[in-house]
Design a protein around this ligand. Structure first.
Ligand code: PRP
Length: 183
């Protein structure tokens, strides 16, 4: 194993199975109805691409947004949309796709935003979740991996922008955590 990692928490194989299952669930639920998959950059770029390719529905559209949140200790949980969808979501089925839910603040705000914009339905698919860190309740509508409160990288997740490109999810070592603070 790479010396920067102490453990692989989610394997490539596990993610493949999850993606397949989610694609099948979306097809079973929506058939050929119009569905807008909204990935939250940067973290969700890999999962969004994989989930979209697991869906057979010809009426699926892919959008991305960037939500910026303040994450320091005295965080107010403010979430700002710095890149928005290209097309309106009014009257459409929206599925927000995330790499991870931590406190839940980002997803709660983003979900509410799409509800306010008149989306027909708004669901959430997240590759993984850290239940121990949750501050705001968020309903997860598709299969997810529950992970411990570790700093994780891979499959879109980064530590100071490192290791987003891994095909699996790993917990980083204490040494890498200290080293990685230098950008
Ligand atoms: C991560 C992740 C979620 C958010 C979850 O993004 O992709 O969007 O944090 O945290 P929360 O549940 O506490 O709101 P990050 O801000 O690290 O940006 P990135 O996607 O560009 O890596």
């Amino acid at each position: 194993m790479n010396k920067d990692f102490k453990e692989i928490l989610i394997t490539e194989e596990q993610i493949k199975n999850q993606v397949k299952q989610i694609g099948e669930m979306i097809d079973a639920k929506y058939g050929n109805e119009e569905v807008v998959i909204v990935g939250l950059l940067k973290g969700s770029y890999v999962f969004t691409a994989d989930v979209a390719r697991a869906i057979k529905n010809p009426n699926v559209f892919v959008e991305f947004i960037v939500a910026s949140s303040y994450k320091n200790g005295d965080s107010t949980g403010e979430v700002r949309i710095v890149l928005d969808t290209k097309r309106p979501v009014y009257g459409k089925h929206v599925i927000i796709v995330e790499d991870i839910i931590d406190t839940g603040r980002t997803l709660a705000k983003v979900k509410q935003m799409f509800v306010n914009r008149g989306a027909k339905t708004v669901e959430i698919a997240t590759m993984c979740t850290k239940p121990a860190r949750r501050v705001v309740h968020v309903t997860i509508d598709y299969p997810t991996f529950e992970i411990p409160d570790e700093i994780v990288v891979g499959y879109g997740l980064d530590y100071n922008e490192h290791y987003r490109h891994l095909p699996y999810v790993a917990a980083i070592t204490e040494e890498f955590f200290k080293k990685g603070l230098i950008k």
